[in-house]
Design a protein around this ligand. Structure first.
Ligand SMILES: Nc1ncnc2c1ncn2[C@@H]1O[C@H](COP(=O)(O)OP(=O)(O)OP(=O)(O)O)[C@@H](O)[C@H]1O
Ligand SMILES: [Mg+2]
Length: 346
């Protein structure tokens, strides 16, 4: 499953994530214009991809009696932006936790670039090029912005005792880390905040810092858990551009998002989870029209427009006051029932 044969023809990656390019629109390069099919064969839940960077099989995680994650098969296409969507409690964050070594599944195996990652620690997973950000941002408030960035680097100077006795061995590396961190801070327009405590940043700036810090390991796969949550509209466009830029620079992106407007706007591919399972996947326009997806989100609320940026807020507000609502919570909730019904009709 070598990526080489399948890679679009291209020049050298120009400085990867670290060239201090502006975050305005991404370059129209081969990664952005590659229109080869993403899948091989039928488009269905768990379908095979032409060039997967990550393949997971039979990954399960239960909490008490709840199947938080029960994914039979899922593949993430390389060099694409994939959105992972699904109602609250669908298992999206838990799947992220499992695949990145922050949690341990009851069963399953998964390969990143052909390498088995089950049992590999979160630290090593990141070093291998698969990084994630958190739904609730995890920056160190009592450290400065630049210190947070340095923490993201792949190997810390002086991290082993014997090296610490030989400053020439790590001084060069330290300079390199600082240079890389500063380039990323400039790119994410956080350079003016370099010496500020991370705690003083706005919610949106923390999201940017977390994303910038994740890029310190030169990742190949960047997994973002609700990168837009809590970000004010002024920063939203900038975050969208950053995500598209990751793709333009040759990275693969997997992001969790509830805002369907954004999903439509930037995702090449959409995977839908409900009650721990992958229940649908496909290109955004097709998936958004899929009855199982509409039902999974809306239940009885068919009047809500998923393509409308306010649709989900409206839906959430409606569900909150709906005693019948069982989306993503009951073992036989709206999602499971409707999908079963649909299968019965097929
Ligand atoms: N640490 C935990 N202990 C017990 N149950 C948990 C734990 N973490 C998750 N769960 C349960 O697992 C299921 C999946 O949760 P998860 O957070 O993965 O959903 P999600 O799709 O990320 O939802 P959201 O969109 O609200 O972030 C839920 O039923 C949740 O209550
Ligand atoms: Mg979540």
């Amino acid at each position: 499953m070598s990526s080489q044969a399948n890679e679009p023809q291209r020049g050298e990656r120009s400085g990867g994530a670290h060239a201090a390019e502006p975050a305005d629109g991404p370059a129209a390069n081969e990664y952005m214009t590659d229109s080869r099919p993403i899948t091989e064969g039928a488009v269905e839940p768990g379908c095979r991809k032409r060039d997967p960077i990550l393949v997971a099989r039979n990954v399960t995680r239960t909490y008490g009696g709840i199947n938080a994650v029960d994914v039979a098969h899922v593949e993430i296409p390389r060099h694409k932006i994939t959105a992972l969507i699904g109602p609250n409690g669908a298992g999206k964050t838990t799947l992220f936790n499992l695949l990145t070594g922050f949690d341990t599944p009851q069963s399953g195996d998964w390969q990143f670039e052909g390498r088995d990652l089950a049992g590999v620690s979160a630290y090593k997973v990141a070093r291998l090029g698969m990084v994630r950000t958190f739904q609730l941002t995890k920056v160190m408030g009592k450290l400065t912005v630049i210190e947070n960035m340095r923490l993201g680097a792949s190997s810390q100077p002086g991290e082993s005792l014997w090296r610490a006795f030989f400053p020439p061995l790590w001084r060069g590396r330290e300079r390199e880390i600082t240079r890389q961190a500063d380039a990323l801070l400039a790119k994410f327009k956080l350079d003016a905040k370099r010496s500020d405590y991370a705690a003083s940043l706005s919610g949106g700036q923390r999201k940017l810092l977390e994303m910038a810090r994740a890029l310190m390991v030169n990742p190949k796969l960047v997994m973002l858990d609700e990168p837009m949550a809590g970000v004010n509209p002024a920063l939203t466009q900038s975050l969208l551009d950053h995500i598209k830029n990751l793709k333009a620079e040759g990275m693969t992106v997997l992001f969790v998002e509830h805002d369907m407007h954004m999903v439509r706007h930037i995702a090449d591919w959409v995977i839908v989870m409900a009650e721990g399972k992958v229940v649908a996947e496909g290109p955004p326009d097709v998936v958004m029209k899929d009855q199982a997806v509409i039902d999974a989100y809306l239940g009885a609320h068919h009047d809500v427009d998923l393509g409308d940026s306010e649709g989900f807020e409206k839906l959430e507000a409606e569900l909150e006051h709906d005693p019948e609502s069982s989306v993503g919570t009951e073992p036989d909730g709206v999602v499971g029932r409707r999908i079963d019904e649909r299968k019965g009709q097929a």
